[in-house]
Design a protein. Structure first.
Length: 693
């Protein structure tokens, strides 16, 4: 007789939606993963990727046993070993390095899981106790978060569940059909109710095609567009003077600053028409003045350029100028993560560090793995432990990343589900559990629900959760603090701070039973001010920015690489390139799931007909995309979805699955943003030519 149960779980991947899952298990085997119809944001609907989660879990190429390298780094040749042998080897190597200088050891992790337990809990405790270098986890959102926080105070914004009530939605720098499906569902409902949707994006994405209007500005000029909109709003008095007087600071200084950003200057900078600037400002300000809720959903594409932090800051000023925050369906959302009172000190135990350690930026890992020891840098990196990440595929300036990981004297350990590009360079590989095989607690960055993940099935093969790996390593290293014995349930019970009114009802056992629980948050968080800034107001002028050596007012910071800002470079590399997410991948996750990869086909480059004709490129030709940093090959798709002067390489492909063993990050830069020390993936100039057969 078949035993069937349904287990409550949570999607762990780096997506705003953090879906509530129902996993059907028959005789210990997960047979289906579906969306929870009762969860208000998931509403029973999953993306194409996660609906195939059993295919990923039971994939024939799952890593199920510890491995040791037997070939050259990069060859991907391994032999099976026992867990005891793997752990003893790791502990011995780390111990000998730590005896000289523990800062020569570096963790490298990101959001392969967004879980608070399997992400950074026991692992952080281990590295804090060890005294290893700290990792500045900047690869995704720190530029935008920094600009947003200077203005608003925390990454708190419009609740996802309110967007369907907006009458105007600006989808600024995002493609939610591919990367934020449940917001798109709400936006579509708003559209059915009469709302207007406008996409602001250099590329006519799947989302932009379905909006009423698409404004295709040049990459890296979003800050200028926001300044131009503010100019028109102020010049034409499309303002909420009462809101400005009571709940903002610095309006007079802002007024002087944006006076120079006429529609003509803005249009020229952004590569759009004067009418597009003026009409967008009039629509946004006019509807707000008429009492209609106007909302902005911005995403991380805006901030992956030199002035990315300032760009987010500038557009975050717009709702306060027009009083959009008065409405629950008005305002702006970049991320909802600032609403969650996560208890990171309890989970990560930074107090275990006996002395301060240096911090290495994950964005510059290519340079940092190649740095020799110095007084400024400290010891050369001698060991890297990679978990929840695939740096060989996702880090910029990829040839340098590969050169760093190819060092024979670098001891590399990778915890993984599959033999990724990074695994090929590992000395020891440890098999990790998937979300269906372990316990976790989750916050979200697209909605306001605390989430629980129950283990649906036993770990396959000899796979172990991240937490268990670091518990075992801590024991091997002789770490005696009782915190290294905390179970996953005990860690999950620490996930949220119950002393905070937003999570006062948090109870882990109850959360596991229901699967999700909404935070105590007001529907309209800033209807009457109350911003978590030093002034308690929306800060058009930020004294904190001035103290940090930054321009305290909204400004425009040009890209490092563009025709306008670097004409000499542009003579050699005249095309801007961006590499937004492919619909069927999530960063580099799911690339090896055959049904999803077949839907993407192979790496391709969208190029405008004018640019392809000038280079003798036809649709379907293999092309070489290159600059001084490197090159990669893709199949050309000649289309006006890419504006003239722009090429688009949807990403992120595993390099080993591309024809030439390379991906778009061969040409991206390790240069950092204006604030937040984040990457500039979309601040890239290239040339394109037909590839030699």
């Amino acid at each position: 007789m078949t035993s069937t149960q349904v287990v409550r779980a949570t999607c762990p991947h780096d997506c705003p939606d953090t879906c509530a899952l129902l996993v059907t298990v028959e005789d210990g085997v997960a047979t289906a993963v579906k969306g929870d119809p009762d969860h208000p944001t998931t509403a029973g609907v999953l993306c194409t990727k996660v609906s195939r989660y059993t295919e990923r879990t039971y994939h024939e190429e799952r890593l199920l046993y510890p491995l040791r390298r037997v070939g050259k780094k990069g060859e991907g040749k391994f032999e099976r070993i026992s867990w005891d042998e793997a752990l003893d080897t790791i502990a011995s190597r780390l111990g000998s390095i730590a005896a000289r200088d523990p800062q020569a050891i570096l963790p490298y992790s990101y959001c392969g899981t967004m879980g608070l337990v399997q992400g950074e809990s026991m692992s952080a405790r281990f590295f804090h106790q060890l005294g290893a270098s700290l990792l500045d986890r900047t690869i995704c959102a720190t530029a935008g978060f920094t600009g947003y926080k200077y203005t608003i105070g925390a990454t708190i914004g419009t609740d996802l569940e309110q967007f369907q009530n907006a009458k105007l939605i600006l989808i600024w720098g995002g493609n939610p059909i591919a990367s934020n499906l449940h917001f798109w569902t709400r936006a579509q409902e708003a559209k059915r109710r009469g709302a207007k949707l406008i996409a602001i994006d250099p590329y006519r994405s799947l989302t932009a095609e379905k909006c009423h209007q698409h404004i295709a500005l040049l990459p890296g000029t979003d800050a200028a567009l926001a300044l131009g909109l503010m100019h028109v709003l102020i010049a034409e008095d499309l303002l909420d003077h009462d809101y400005i007087a009571n709940y903002t600071v610095g309006f007079e200084q802002l007024k002087q600053r944006v006076a120079e950003w006429t529609p003509e200057r803005t249009a020229e900078t952004c590569g759009i028409t004067v009418a597009e600037v003026v009409e967008l400002a009039r629509l946004y300000g006019g509807m707000a003045k008429a009492g209609e809720p106007v909302a902005i959903r911005t995403n991380y594409g805006v901030q992956r350029v030199h002035g990315g932090g300032m760009a987010v800051r500038n557009l975050t000023c717009l709702p306060a100028l027009v009083g959009a925050w008065r409405h629950a369906a008005g305002g702006v959302q970049l991320s909802a993560s600032g609403g969650f009172p996560t208890n990171k000190p309890a989970l990560q135990r930074p107090d275990l560090q006996s002395k301060p350690s240096r911090t290495i930026n994950m964005t510059t890992i290519g340079d940092d793995l190649l740095r020799p020891a110095s007084a400024e840098f400290g010891p050369a990196v001698e060991a890297v432990i990679v978990y929840n990440a695939n740096p060989l595929a996702i880090a910029p300036d990829s040839s340098k990343v590969m050169a760093g990981f190819a060092r024979e004297d670098l001891f590399t350990v990778v915890l993984e589900h599959f033999q990724t590009d990074t695994v090929d360079y590992a000395d020891i590989v440890l098999p990790a559990t998937t979300q269906l095989e372990h316990i976790d607690a989750h916050s979200a960055y697209g909605h306001l629900y605390m989430m629980a993940n129950n283990a649906a099935i036993a770990p396959l093969g000899e796979a172990k959760p991240n937490t268990e790996v670091f518990r075992l390593l801590a024991a091997r290293m002789g770490f005696s603090d009782p915190c290294f014995k905390d179970s996953d349930d005990e860690l999950a019970a620490m996930a949220f701070n119950r002393q905070d009114a937003r999570a006062i009802h948090f109870d882990w056992d109850a959360l596991k039973q229901k699967g999700w629980q909404k935070l105590n948050m007001p529907d309209a968080p800033f209807a009457e001010g109350g911003f978590p800034t030093p002034s308690g107001k929306c800060e058009f002028y930020s004294a904190s920015m001035a103290a940090d050596g930054l321009d305290p007012l909204p400004a425009y910071i040009a890209p490092y690489e563009s025709v306008a800002s670097n004409p000499e470079l542009a003579r050699r590399y005249p095309l801007a390139m961006i590499s937004p997410p492919a619909r069927n991948f999530l960063n580099s996750t799911f690339v090896n799931v055959k049904s999803l990869r077949s839907a993407e086909g192979e790496p391709h480059l969208d190029i405008h007909p004018d640019d392809s004709a000038a280079r003798g490129i036809s649709d379907g030709d293999m092309v070489r995309i290159f600059n001084d940093r490197g090159s990669f090959v893709a199949k050309a798709r000649v289309t006006d979805k890419a504006r003239a002067g722009l090429v688009v390489g949807l990403s992120v492909w595993w390099k080993k699955l591309a024809r030439d063993g390379k991906n778009a990050n061969e040409v991206t830069s390790q240069r950092l943003t204006d604030m937040g020390r984040a990457p500039t993936f979309y601040d890239t100039l290239v040339e394109v030519e037909r590839a030699t057969p």
